[in-house]
Ligand binder design. Structure first.
Ligand SMILES: *[C@@H]1O[C@H](CO)[C@@H](O)[C@H](O)[C@H]1NC(C)=O
Ligand SMILES: *[C@@H]1O[C@H](CO)[C@@H](O)[C@H](O)[C@H]1NC(C)=O
Ligand SMILES: *[C@@H]1O[C@H](CO)[C@@H](O)[C@H](O)[C@H]1NC(C)=O
Ligand SMILES: *[C@@H]1O[C@H](CO)[C@@H](O)[C@H](O)[C@H]1NC(C)=O
Ligand SMILES: *[C@@H]1O[C@H](CO)[C@@H](O)[C@H](O)[C@H]1NC(C)=O
Length: 473
């Protein structure tokens, strides 16, 4: 079965609510700004503003269990996340994908370029799942849409495509032997090549996938039988939570997957949950500094997240950033993006507008170069730029100034603990990396150090990103 725009088609049943009118005023106010920013997109980037079809709205964000139309909300399912720290940058995070993209486009000296060569720590999160009844861990990825696991006896390859020992790919056991419901008909395969040449490919079929006590029966998934992968020995595959229309399935079993040709859209895991009426079309992520108490909530917001300041919940238009013109990459990485009002630091407000990707796979925040420099210079002692890392460093016990990002008029403060990233110390100088890095030509990134200070709600049904600030913890 082919879908053109799975979530929204699926939700045609659901009401096009009267909220549309309320949102219209807001949209009018923002649309000129959006158009301007979209037109000034950095090279190789496009933005898309998805249309919402169904509002989940602030009534639920403030704790009530019904929408303003009185429609009862479905239960929320919460799944604990496990941080996965590699001794290296996560090669699939937005920061690295943008860096690889800029290098390919020849944008030299513009910020992200040195990221993938640093020893900065990348943090990813994994979730417990079951796959046709087999328990395993999957990386949680808000930057892609397909769900896959390594197949038993898969071929592990090196950079040049030569077969190497399977353990070199770093997949955890168990690996999956086959699809409970067999292959797709007609035959389809998945092929994803990431910015740094990592590659996963294999046949697509149907399996039962469970996460957070929810099961999608007969979910279209891939069993990867060929990989060039920098695994962490902790996860067996990946759960893609990105925008539903961005799956990477292609007709046939050959490596025919050039842009647009043979592409088959299907309903990914999150969309399937919504289509099957199991959850409302929203998910949210709360991560805690330095602790394995992060949660993914499917269908709403989690309970028990400490210090949520619900009265200051904000709602911004969801924008999708796509990386394009990427001949080596069949996949078109895409990211959940917002346009903040600006930044506040050291009693200064900078209200220039830029799009920012919200990415739990990126550790630091990446800002326009000049602003990153101004904030770092306000620290005492001032942060210095170390080109080897592409980031700023200061004394590990530096005095930081208050820093906030302004979202819909509300200041989201960074905890001072998060402004100095003590996990990365430059061995030569003994200085610590700061949380505010330079993001070149953009788009810019709000990484873990931001997400630790807010609950992030991906309200896909309403095409809104919502944020609830967390009181300092
Ligand atoms: C993997 O290899 C083993 C040993 O050769 C074999 O028994 C098993 O069936 C294979 N699994 C798959 C999925 O091909
Ligand atoms: C999972 O779902 C089952 C059936 O709906 C329920 O009995 C059980 O309590 C749930 N478990 C959790 C941890 O939510
Ligand atoms: C995973 O295990 C392999 C083989 O034991 C090892 O070579 C590799 O360094 C490990 N990778 C990580 C990230 O720990
Ligand atoms: C994180 O945890 C480690 C070990 O428990 C501790 O040494 C470190 O200070 C913590 N870092 C922060 C930022 O709280
Ligand atoms: C990136 O690293 C190279 C050396 O490998 C250096 O010459 C260049 O200035 C660096 N670029 C930035 C933006 O720091």
């Amino acid at each position: 079965m082919l879908y053109t725009n799975p979530v929204y088609q699926a939700l045609a049943w659901s009401l096009i609510l009267p909220f549309a009118a309320v949102n219209a005023a807001l949209t009018a106010r923002n649309s000129r700004l959006h158009t301007e920013l979209m037109e000034n997109a950095p090279p190789g980037i496009t933005y898309r503003i998805p249309q919402g079809t169904r509002s989940w709205t602030s009534s639920s964000a403030s704790g009530s269990r019904v929408t303003t139309t009185g429609k009862k909300l479905k239960p929320v399912h919460v799944q604990k996340l496990h941080p996965v720290r590699n001794g290296r940058i996560n090669p699939r995070s937005a920061a690295v994908a943008l860096g690889a993209h800029q290098r390919r486009l020849g944008e030299d000296g513009l910020g992200y370029e040195n990221i993938s060569s640093t020893n900065a720590y990348g943090t990813q999160y994994s979730t417990d799942a079951t796959w046709d009844g087999t328990p395993l861990r999957l990386l949680l990825d808000t930057g892609s849409s397909d769900t896959w696991a390594a197949q038993q006896n898969f071929t592990c390859q090196d950079f040049s495509g030569h077969t190497i020992v399977p353990s070199a790919c770093g997949f955890a056991s168990p690996q999956i032997s086959g699809f409970k419901y067999g292959l797709t008909d007609p035959i389809e395969h998945m092929y994803i090549q990431y910015g740094d040449s990592e590659l996963v490919a294999g046949p697509m079929g149907f399996s039962d996938v469970s996460v957070g006590n929810l099961t999608v029966k007969k979910q279209q998934v891939c069993l990867v039988n060929r990989a060039y992968w920098f695994g962490n020995n902790m996860t067996s595959g990946l759960l893609g939570m990105a925008y539903p229309s961005l799956t990477n399935a292609y007709l046939g079993d050959k490596d025919e997957h050039s842009h647009g040709e043979n592409t088959v859209e299907y309903s990914p895991f999150f969309t399937s949950l919504v289509e099957q009426g199991q959850i409302d079309p929203v998910f949210s992520i709360a991560i805690d500094r330095n602790a394995s108490t992060g949660v993914l909530a499917l269908g709403g917001i989690p309970t028990g997240v400490s210090g949520l300041d619900r009265g200051r919940t904000v709602s911004l238009d969801m924008i999708i950033t796509n990386l394009i013109n990427d001949p080596d990459t069949a996949a078109e990485p895409s990211f959940y993006t917002i346009i903040p009002d600006g930044w506040y630091y050291d009693q200064t407000t900078n209200a220039k507008k830029y799009p920012y990707i919200v990415d739990s796979g990126t550790t630091l925040c990446y800002l326009p170069p000049k602003l990153a420099q101004q904030i770092n210079q306000a620290f005492n002692p001032p942060g210095v730029y170390l080109w080897m890392y592409g980031s700023y460093f200061t004394a590990c016990n530096a005095r930081v100034v208050p820093v906030a990002i302004i979202l819909n008029g509300i200041k989201f403060w960074f905890n001072p603990k998060d402004l100095i990233y003590r996990d990365v110390v430059d061995p030569m100088s003994g200085l610590c990396m700061t949380a505010i890095a330079s993001g070149g030509t953009g788009p810019y990134i709000l990484g873990d150090v931001f997400m630790q200070n807010a609950l992030t709600i991906f309200d896909v049904g309403d095409a809104k990103m919502r944020f609830v600030p967390r009181i300092r913890y």
